[in-house]
Design a protein around this ligand. Sequence first.
Ligand code: GTP
Ligand code: SPV
Ligand code: MN
Length: 587
Amino acid sequence: MALTNNKAALAWIDKMAALTKPDQTIWIDGSEAQLDALRKQAVEEGIIKELDPEKLPGCYLHRTDVNDVARVEDRTFICCEKEEDAGPTNHWMAPAEMYKKIDEMCDGAYTGRTMYVIPYSMGPIGSPFAKYGFELTDSIYVVLNMNIMTRIGQAVCDALGDDEGFIKGLHCQLSLDKDGKYIVHFPQDNTIVSLNSNYGGNVLQGKKCFALRIASNLGRAEGWMAEHMLILGIQNPKGEIRYLSAAFPSACGKTNLAMLIPPEGYQKAGWKVWCVGDDIAWLRVGADGRLYAVNPEYGFFGVAPGTSMKSNPNALISTQRDTIFTNVALDTSTNTVWWEGMNKTPPAHAIDWKGNPWTPDMDTKAAHPNSRFTAPAKNCPCLSPEFENPQGVPISAIVFGGRRAKTAPLVYQSRDWNHGVFVGSIMASETTAAAAGAVGVVRRDPMAMLPFCGYHMADYWQHWLDMGKKIAHQPKIFNVNWFRTDDEGHFIWPGFGDNMRVLVWIMKRAFDEIDAVDTAIGYQPKAEDIDLEGLDISRETLQSLLGVDKDLWREEAKGIREYYAKFGDKVPKELLAELDKLENNLK
Ligand code: GTP
Ligand code: SPV
Ligand code: MN
């Protein structure tokens, strides 16, 4: 039975049912009874495998099709009316043409199948930040994941009422054809369509499709921001909590930083980090002129490999109950899961992510490099008490960062908001397994939004500049790089919990509590101002991590100019002025 009387929603769902022709329609009400029945059915159908109920209660393993393991950026489309509004960084197709294609592909797509209707909310239901949507899907895996990643069910329909401003989403698994994947966005219609995939980032539409690509359009129109950012609170020994948000590209450390455990000395002194979000932030200017952030998600869709009790205990603990693991290895002797980097003792016998027998002597990976866990945020031991705050948390610092073996120093601060927007716009990072395609290639990834900005990138930069004018108390803007390597390719900075040392400097700067060195690229710490106590790193090494190689940066500036040229005369003049300034400083 329908969970809403919303006429526009019912009309659209009827239309989609007429197209896809399901055998039956089931509305997801969010009740445990219904979800439990679906879990049972999914186990019976072999879609998920129940893991050891004592060691991993409520946990399941799922393996995707081997050709369906990451986001597919070259199959992702922004179908706004005019091609020029999608910009040079997005794939575009005329809406009429794309709708025609979708109509053809989806005709009878649910024949012999069930259409699940998932009402979901991004943001705490009823919050001024919240936006509602419906995802139609023929995948129980999607239903179960959406239940973890978003707030779903009757309460969403009640909050939506008759409002027509909901986001419409259609997902059809079809044959999972590797070349037939379409991840399509129609910003003018608030509509998302995902075809031929069943992988997280392509089909859990609340995440990248809605909360970034569609929401970036909504934010532009309504005067707020949708960003690929973690949100965390740093509690100092006085008990004050100060918040920052940070944008790093996919698989570049957001989940890890968001759940950071400070080094022992810091813990003893009373420092603590609270996680508000690990992937997406929606930001609005508050009545007091500060910038407030809400995490629109309800769970974590985190990278499994590398997650250990050493690197990120809070994430690992979050996955110990009510979690869905995707494409990790199955430890057959214990009916639990394993992935590379979980510990040093791989299971003697496992089933790898492809479903084949695996032993540690093999030279293949047991878990896919982009294998993931879907874990409820509530499981996280350091989840911020502000997680459900409908007003969000006030942001004092914004941090950009990427994966750069050279060039980018450990940390620097922008001189002001516009310079900070420039710093975000020139971000570059080595590609990772989070998206299909080559790994380790440096590419520009402005604000970590290259795959997620739902309109012209240069207009998006302009929106950042415009937002700056609306924020009376602007957060300070920084850039970090945990990934500088030595000549042997090893990371020099220890990273993870020790990133706290850099965050503490950032927060002191955000509150004007410490001096800095003015360099060609911005403000940097005096080497003595990054605490190294308890670390096996010399001041000289730190000095080199902070170093700005002018030759490399002159090359960088050249690359930035070439990159900006792609956007023609749309590049805001403020950013061109910042580039001139940088080139001048490097002379
Ligand atoms: P998405 O979920 O794809 O958006 O990724 P993310 O940005 O949340 O990245 P995540 O925290 O999952 O980290 C991805 C990879 O980076 C893992 O393999 C981590 O081990 C590694 N990593 C995270 N933080 C650090 C760090 O401080 N130093 C180093 N060297 N590696 C790190
Ligand atoms: C990312 O790739 O940035 C992710 C995972 O957070 S996905 O949901 O696939 O987008
Ligand atoms: Mn992400």
